[in-house]
Design a protein around this ligand. Sequence first.
Ligand SMILES: Nc1ncnc2c1ncn2[C@@H]1O[C@H](COP(=O)(O)OP(=O)(O)OP(=O)(O)O)[C@@H](O)[C@H]1O
Ligand SMILES: [Mg+2]
Length: 112
Amino acid sequence: MIKLEVIIRPHDLEKVQELLSHAWIAGITVSEVKGHGRQRGHQGTYRGAEYTIDLLPKLKVELVIPEPLVPRVLHELGSRLRTGKIGDGKVFASPVDDAIRVRTGERGEEAL
Ligand SMILES: Nc1ncnc2c1ncn2[C@@H]1O[C@H](COP(=O)(O)OP(=O)(O)OP(=O)(O)O)[C@@H](O)[C@H]1O
Ligand SMILES: [Mg+2]
């Protein structure tokens, strides 16, 4: 199993949620976070005034999926989220050793 952590602009959540219509995505966790990437939170101009802030509000979407689905999900995420503008977001992938559905005691992929 692989956990994808997808850091997006808050208004891009809908684009990620479109993925949930696919039966192969079981669950999702969304957190409000703050962060910056390479631009260090610099947003340029807003209503005519230059301003700089260090941390921008972002959403972190966590998906734990079977490893064979990773290429497909990355492709789907990219096609929805990529505008070519800075701040389109980032995906981190990491291994997940186990999962447990508490109600039934199912383990591993059965628990997703
Ligand atoms: N190396 C990192 N470690 C942890 N979080 C990161 C890292 N890079 C980006 N993030 C998180 O992802 C969010 C979105 O990053 P962002 O899309 O701006 O990446 P970027 O590397 O600056 O690319 P771009 O040049 O396209 O903006 C950041 O606000 C931050 O929350
Ligand atoms: Mg950036």
